[in-house]
Design a protein around this ligand. Structure first.
Ligand code: FES
Ligand SMILES: [Fe+2]
Length: 371
């Protein structure tokens, strides 16, 4: 089986230039080159389980929706009518067909145009073959992703070896259903929020309840995922032993902690004993990001453990990080800010920023060099 190994980085690296986090031009470039060209998490399959279920969402200024067709297939479409451009659906729910609110053109859940009022027999009007524009969709253990690149590599090809690693830590992950989710707006650039998530150098003194309630901080490490054949994957693997002290939030004795951040804006977390949860980040503006937390159980209900973890997570880790990223964003706008040194301990561990160095490499590769 393919295994993750730990990546190494030269010392002497510094953080990125402030413009990566503050420039509207670089933000616009990230929209095109990063977010419209990668797999973006939408929701869990259990949230669109029945034929006719749909789920509308937006990425930047692009409105999209996923729908489950009569053939039980999930598809993603741009949420725009092929007539004169009205949006088609809002929110989520169940429909037999999709009817445009403007002139009532009607589409099958497979995207084909089924009918348009007043058009029968009209000479010179050929509506055959009209179909909503489809967007690539793929799933990972029930987690639904879409990709606006017209011909993307599959999730399995983009993140080789990761599914096997997830399964090794949480063998019954495919049985989970969505139980709860919440969105929190953060006053920071998406990359500030993603960097904050992907290092635990700050955990011991900022997140004492997480560090004493969920993970054993001494064992924590975050490293770029590299396959056994040396292929680097744009995934950051967080790993730690479970915290089993008396302060543990729940019975954590079942299995260890692991998290799988998939570039650029999703992370699947397995808290000890298989408590599955997710993060995804949606950029709203150069200095605003919506952070979504999701929780998943086999019953699809918030059980006692999840209820406790959700509450503690919101009151502690999420709130603590919101303050950090807001203040970093403010600092990045300071005329006194200069890129600072990254802490790269060859031994890695919780006090090393190897993961940030990897993120910066991917940012530079996609957006180019700015200094
Ligand atoms: S814009 Fe949709 S039917 Fe006219
Ligand atoms: Fe944090």
């Amino acid at each position: 089986m393919k295994q993750a190994t730990e990546g190494q980085f030269p010392t002497g690296l510094t953080t990125l230039d402030a413009r990566y986090y503050t420039s509207t031009e670089i933000f616009a470039a990230a929209r095109e080159k990063v977010f419209f060209n990668s797999w973006q998490f939408v929701c869990h399959e259990s949230q669109v389980a029945a034929v006719g279920d749909y789920w509308a969402f937006s990425l930047f200024d692009q409105d999209l929706f996923i729908a489950r067709g009569k053939d039980n297939q999930l598809r993603c479409f741009y949420n725009v009518c092929k007539h004169r451009g009205h949006t088609l659906v809002e929110g989520s729910g169940n429909k037999r067909v999709v009817v445009c609110p403007y002139h009532a053109w009607t589409y099958e859940l497979s995207g084909e145009l089924r009918g348009a009022p007043g058009t029968k027999g009209l000479a010179g009007l050929d509506l055959s073959g009209i179909c909503l524009t489809e967007v690539a969709l793929d799933t990972l253990f029930g987690f639904v992703f879409i990709n606006m690149n017209p011909a993307p590599a599959s999730l399995a090809t983009t993140f080789p070896g990761v599914a096997e690693d997830i399964l090794a830590l949480c063998p019954d992950i495919a049985e989970r259903k969505h139980a709860n989710s919440v969105a929190i707006e953060k006053q920071a650039n998406w990359l500030v929020a993603v960097e904050n998530y992907n290092e635990c150098y700050h955990c011991k003194h900022v997140h004492p309840t997480f560090a004493s309630g969920v993970i054993d901080p001494g064992s924590y490490n975050i490293y770029p995922f590299v396959q056994s054949d040396g292929t680097a994957v744009r995934c950051l693997r967080h790993a730690a032993k479970a915290q089993t002290s008396q302060e543990a939030w729940y019975d954590t004795s079942g299995s260890d902690y692991g998290s799988f951040y998939l570039w650029p804006a999703f992370s699947l977390q397995i808290y000890p004993s298989g408590v599955v949860n997710s993060y995804h980040w949606r950029p709203l503006a150069v200095d605003r990001t919506e952070v979504h937390r999701g929780w998943y159980s086999n019953s699809g209900q918030i059980d006692e453990v999840i209820n406790r973890v959700i509450t503690l997570d919101r009151q502690t880790t999420v709130a603590e990080d919101a303050e950090l990223v807001k203040n970093v964003q403010r600092g990045l706008n300071s005329r006194g800010y200069r890129p600072g040194p990254l802490v790269l301990n060859p031994e890695q561990g919780i006090e090393s920023e190897h993961s940030i160095a990897a993120l910066h490499n991917w940012v530079r590769a996609d957006l180019g060099e700015f200094s």
